[in-house]
Design a protein around this ligand. Structure first.
Ligand code: FES
Length: 134
């Protein structure tokens, strides 16, 4: 074997041994906590976003409540203007039977202020409202 081959072989041996040693003895860090830290990398993802003052969500002026509602003589508390008559009756624990809920079948007929209406399609008005089931 020539001397250059021996030098080459020695160099390869040294390189292999350092790289093997470099990978074979990793720095082990023993964690003390048990969390998986799945989202730890996203911790600062939104840190520099400025969202401004947060607006209160929902109804800005509160619900428009109608306190002059009765269902079969029972006063209804907290009925909201625009709710369906079936929902308002449900607040008074009076069940109005429904079927199609599209206004086609007439199952949900009720008397509202003396007029026969389809309760599934009629919204509660702002004034005094007397609902009677049939
Ligand atoms: S449920 Fe059919 S018309 Fe109201």
């Amino acid at each position: 074997m020539s001397q250059s081959k021996l030098v080459f072989l020695f160099a390869v041996l040294v390189l292999c041994s350092t790289s093997v040693l470099g990978f074979s003895s990793p720095q082990l860090k023993i964690r003390q906590d048990t969390s998986l830290n799945i989202f730890g990398g996203l911790k600062g993802a939104f840190a520099n976003e400025e969202m401004g003052a947060k607006k209160n969500e929902g109804l800005s002026n509160g619900p428009n409540i109608n306190d002059n509602v009765t269902v079969n003589g029972k006063a209804v508390q907290g009925a909201v203007v625009g709710q369906k008559i079936t929902v308002v009756a449900g607040r008074a624990r009076v069940k109005i039977p429904v079927n199609c809920q599209k206004g086609d079948c007439g199952t949900c007929m009720a008397m509202v202020n003396g007029k026969k209406v389809k309760a599934c399609q009629t919204a509660l008005g702002a004034g005094k409202c007397t609902i009677k089931t049939l």
